[in-house]
Design a protein around this ligand. Structure first.
Ligand code: PEP
Length: 251
């Protein structure tokens, strides 16, 4: 049984007071949630404040990015150990905005995945195709290339600790959600990739979130798909009502 996992990616939004208030609201409302893993990923400068607001709750703390080196002359970067030090359990890696706006490659993501695992963080590794790639019939090839590149050298034991997020780039922040069938097709494809590279049992164990314009109104249908194990939520995670409207769809 894969436990549903809903994570909020707050991106570069909110100020400190707003972040703390939202974290407190999420922590409070999480007491009514059973059987769903929850996390929020605030901007890195607010990780500590949000972590304090979540203390004692079942909501996990996640970062939106990190650097693969352990320490040293890497101005502006943050290491996995620093995230652990702040109480992070998760780190989003290879988000499409990092890949397509900030130029991160599969090799960059791969180095980060290795460093995150070594530090004991759970990486949420994002993959997803551009609209032009989908329209050219390349979705499956893109997903395979990103999976293979981002997770090169990852052992079966480590893959079991990773969460994959399928986030079609054309659906992120656009209001254009993938249909439940489109999401399920790619999630199944990812399980086939994992079964071929590792084994069928492990392919069934790894959780795959869907991300891209998930809202309370479309969450239940997406999350009811057999191979959709939760959601990585951007815009709708900035309001506790919307976030828990999505969580309700995971039951
Ligand atoms: C995301 O940031 O991972 C995301 C899916 O954003 P949105 O829900 O706003 O499309």
């Amino acid at each position: 049984m894969r436990r549903p996992f809903i994570a909020g990616n707050w991106k570069m939004n909110l100020n400190r007071a707003e972040a703390v208030a939202l974290a407190k609201a999420v922590a409070e409302r999480s007491t009514a949630v059973e059987g769903v893993e929850l996390a929020v990923c605030p901007p890195s400068v607010y990780l500590e404040a949000v972590g304090n607001a979540l203390k004692g709750s079942k909501v996990g703390l996640g970062a939106q990015n990190m650097y693969h080196e352990a320490s040293g002359a890497f101005t502006g970067e943050i290491s996995a150990a620093m995230l652990v030090d702040l109480g992070c359990r998760y780190v989003i890696l290879g988000h499409s905005e990092r890949r397509h706006v900030l130029g991160e490659t599969d090799a960059d993501v791969n180095r980060k995945v290795a460093a995150a695992l070594k530090a004991g963080l759970t990486p949420i590794v994002c993959v997803g195709e551009l609209l032009a790639e989908r329209e050219a019939g390349q979705t499956s090839a893109v997903i395979r290339r990103q999976f293979d590149g981002s997770l090169a050298g990852v052992s079966a034991a480590d893959l079991a600790k990773i969460v994959i997020a399928y986030e079609p780039v054309w659906a992120i922040g656009t209001g254009k959600v993938a249909s439940p069938e489109q999401a399920e097709e790619v999630h199944l494809d990812l399980r086939k990739i994992m079964a071929n590279r590792y084994n069928a049992g492990l392919a069934q164990e790894v959780r795959i979130q869907y991300g891209g314009s998930v809202k309370p109104s479309n969450a239940a249908e997406l999350l009811s798909q057999a191979d959709v194990d939760g959601a990585l939520v951007g815009g709708a995670s900035l309001k506790a009502d919307d976030f828990f409207g999505i969580v309700a769809g995971a039951k």
